[in-house]
Design a protein around this ligand. Structure first.
Ligand SMILES: [Zn+2]
Length: 115
């Protein structure tokens, strides 16, 4: 199995996991809950709001990861995987090993572009 295949299957696994987590999060979000939330107890409304806010934040970061995974898979399909989006050089293999979704080389990511 080539390195690329290894990374690809890793990304596909991660993608599946993240998608499942998003589904679970949606289920856990009291706002989406089908069962009516008991609102007789004091503080329940703020609990619902807090939990919802937290869920949305976690979901947002998971969706960001998902976007990066999809971009990495797309660049693999077009043969551009592992190229720095900023300078066009090859991204260090050690970096891709640690961060398979990296789109910038170490130098460019140090320059402050977020990745
Ligand atoms: Zn670069």
């Amino acid at each position: 199995m080539g390195t690329m295949d290894k990374i690809k299957s890793m990304l596909l696994n991660q993608q599946k996991k993240v998608e499942e987590e998003i589904i679970l999060l949606d289920k856990d979000d009291p706002v989406n809950s089908e069962a009516p939330v008991e609102s007789s107890e004091p503080g329940t409304d703020s609990w619902v709001a807090d939990t919802h806010t937290r869920t949305v934040a976690v979901k947002k970061s998971l969706q960001d990861i998902l976007i990066k995974i999809k971009r990495a898979l797309q660049s693999m399909a077009s043969g551009k995987y592992g190229m720095c989006e900023n300078c066009g050089r090859k991204i260090e293999p050690e970096r891709l090993d640690a961060v398979p979704t990296a789109t910038l080389c170490i130098n460019c990511s140090k320059k402050g572009s977020k990745n």
